[in-house]
Design a protein around this ligand. Structure first.
Ligand code: PMP
Length: 423
């Protein structure tokens, strides 16, 4: 363990919380998959810049110019972090959900969309206005590629198509075979968008190496504060689609017509989909997080996280009542996101006890991936879930699960406390 680096300093690392059993403990934030604590370094960068921030792309003053430069440099830093191609666009959005909804508005006419039923709702649902094919849950990465290939082979080969796939599952933490799925998509003339909400915080990510057309991720899972996300990738669909939002900043020229109407020329750059005053602090903090992670070094970060994963999985495996949820099996490569159920326990009560008795914050529910969690639990596809799931009687199947997730800021003590608490 001596070879494993120290956790990166994050906000909230000294926060103490009261226990029902008396006394207090430092809070163990083990819900990184929902939102990771911001890196102290990101917070310091934002604090240093905050006194100087001003309007972006719409002010002649010094601070407006400074902010415009910082905003555009943030775009370049994200492009570098993702290994973007020269003609890719980087659009600042509110979140992964926002990014994928934006992309859904740019689909060419008659575009067919292919998405596995195992996706997070942010990847599963934005395509409802298109012709969507929902693919059944594969049980191996190879089956995922074969399933996609079969579905693409059956499609109209002349029309446009898009595949949407996650890089790392927000339920099982398992990595998806993105490079192979991208190759399959391209071999059949389809495009592919990567939902990197859970991949980007845990794993190096290179848009060219993976050969995906777009990448979407959220700042608040990448150790930056809430409120900003990214959609990066091919410019062609983005450049020709109607703007995501109509308004100032997206429009290059607006003129009154003779007939009384209004004509608009929209920008073709990223500004086309960034109408309104942008979230300059959000963009700046994402760029700061990208730089901090790159500087910390992915080899080191991945080694540390794998060390924590080993501890948690070994600890859970030692408790016979615990069942870890998995699609691809024990040997699948994974990030620090692990979901499980405990025989004889209601998952919500279990999670509440971890909080109240041990100061540990995890998540319970169906994790915005209802079809996947129901498949993994073997529960009725119509079963109630999320909030207010009825109690499973002893020996009955759970209707929801518990998720523990961690990353670059997690000290060993947090996962050790978690494993002991479960025991
Ligand atoms: N995709 C995945 C895989 C996720 O885990 C999440 C968040 N849980 C999202 C998309 C949506 O991210 P956001 O809530 O930041 O839009």
């Amino acid at each position: 363990d001596q070879s494993v680096c120290a956790p990166l300093p994050v906000l909230g690392r000294d926060v103490t919380v009261p226990l029902v059993t008396g006394g207090e403990v430092t809070y163990a934030a083990l819900d990184y998959a929902a939102s990771a604590p911001a890196l102290q370094r990101v917070w310091d960068d934002v604090a240093a810049y905050a006194p100087y921030y001003g309007s972006v792309h719409r002010g002649a003053g010094y601070l407006s110019q400074l902010s415009t430069d910082l905003f555009e440099n943030a775009r370049k830093a994200v492009a570098e972090f993702l290994g973007c191609r020269a003609d890719d666009q980087v659009i600042f959005t509110r979140s992964t959900t926002d990014s994928l909804n934006l992309l859904a508005r740019t689909l060419p006419v008659d575009c067919q969309v292919f998405v596995f039923e195992t996706e997070h709702h942010a990847s599963l649902l934005p395509w409802q206005d298109a012709h969507v094919t929902y693919l059944n849950a594969p049980r191996t990465p190879r089956q995922a590629v074969a399933t996609l290939e079969r579905a693409l082979a059956d499609r109209n080969p002349h029309g446009p198509a898009l595949v949407c796939v996650t890089g790392a599952s927000n339920v099982t933490g398992e990595l998806w075979p993105v490079r192979e799925l991208a190759a399959a998509a391209h071999a059949h003339g389809a495009r592919i968008v990567l939902d990197a909400a859970q991949l980007a915080p845990h794993h190096p990510l290179d848009i060219r190496d993976l050969d995906v057309d777009w990448v979407a991720f959220s700042g608040h899972k990448l150790y930056a504060p809430f409120g900003a996300g990214v959609l990066a990738g091919r410019a062609d669909w983005l450049r020709t689609a109607e703007p995501y939002l109509a308004g100032g900043g997206a429009s290059r020229k607006v003129t009154r017509r003779q007939d009384g109407g209004v004509d608009v020329e929209w920008h073709e750059s990223a500004a086309r989909h960034e109408a309104g005053s942008p979230n300059v602090i959000g963009a700046y903090s994402i760029a700061s997080a990208c730089k901090a992670l790159t500087e910390a070094g992915w080899d080191t970060l991945v080694a540390r996280e794998q060390h924590l994963i080993t501890k948690v999985r070994a600890g859970l495996a030692a408790v016979p009542q615990v069942k870890v949820l998995s699609l691809f099996g024990d040997d699948a490569p994974r990030v620090g996101v692990i979901s499980f159920v405990v025989d004889g326990w209601n998952s919500s009560h279990f999670a509440a006890a971890l909080s109240a008795e041990y100061g540990i914050g995890v998540r319970d529910g169906l994790f915005c991936a209802h079809p996947l969690v129901r498949t993994l639990l073997g529960s009725d596809p119509q079963a109630q879930g999320e909030c207010g799931a009825p109690e499973a009687a002893p020996g009955e199947k759970s209707l929801n699960a518990i998720r523990v997730s961690f990353g670059a800021g997690t000290p060993d003590e947090h996962v050790e406390r978690f494993v002991n608490a479960v025991k």
